[in-house]
Design a protein around this ligand. Sequence first.
Ligand code: MD3
Ligand code: FE
Length: 206
Amino acid sequence: MPLAVAPGVTHWPGYFDAGEQAALVAELREVARQAPFFTPRMPKTGKPFSVRMTNCGVLGWVSDEGGYRYQPNHPETGEPWPAMPSRLLQAWEELAGYPLPPQACLINFYEPTAKMGLHQDRDEEDFAAPVLSLSLGDTALFRIGGTVRGGKTVSLKLASGDALAFGGAARLAYHGIDRILAGSSSLLPQAGRINLTLRRVTKPRV
Ligand code: MD3
Ligand code: FE
């Protein structure tokens, strides 16, 4: 049953059951074998992120001294990103309410000490499509505000199997991950969390 968290934000706690979560982790292991996790770096400074990333789908998000961008190839191996597992395409069809399939799935891996500062997702051309977030492993303390920095924020726990959609007024909201609750899930062999974000990147040519 979906919960309306804020305008444009919908939460489906436990969208994936335990068996689906385990099957997804196995598929993501295969994705990561073909497209190894890399450590993104901040534009200009080159400061490394605490979160490691990889992608599947036609396009993947990368960040380094040259900037934030989507590209069709892995930044280190040069290989195309692996295909998106069909269960992810199904989740998008069921939850996104958008007629075109996702082009990118960014896979974020959080060690228990990793976090992600408040930011907006603005590297896509198409803000009409929502972003769909899927959580696996340890629970995260997630924070979301409005579309201006420094406004009021609300916190939400994201547990393994949860789905969260951000569309409409929430598509350009500031958001981040304050903390990982290490040991809250036994899905992954070690403590940590995986977050998947499914996105449209390019504008439809109508
Ligand atoms: C709200 N990831 O990859 S997912 C990101 O848990 C990112 O790894 C976090 O922020 C994570 O960019 C948060 C929830 C999320 C994702 C995208 C959004 C919330 C969003 C885009 C717009 C508004
Ligand atoms: Fe984000």
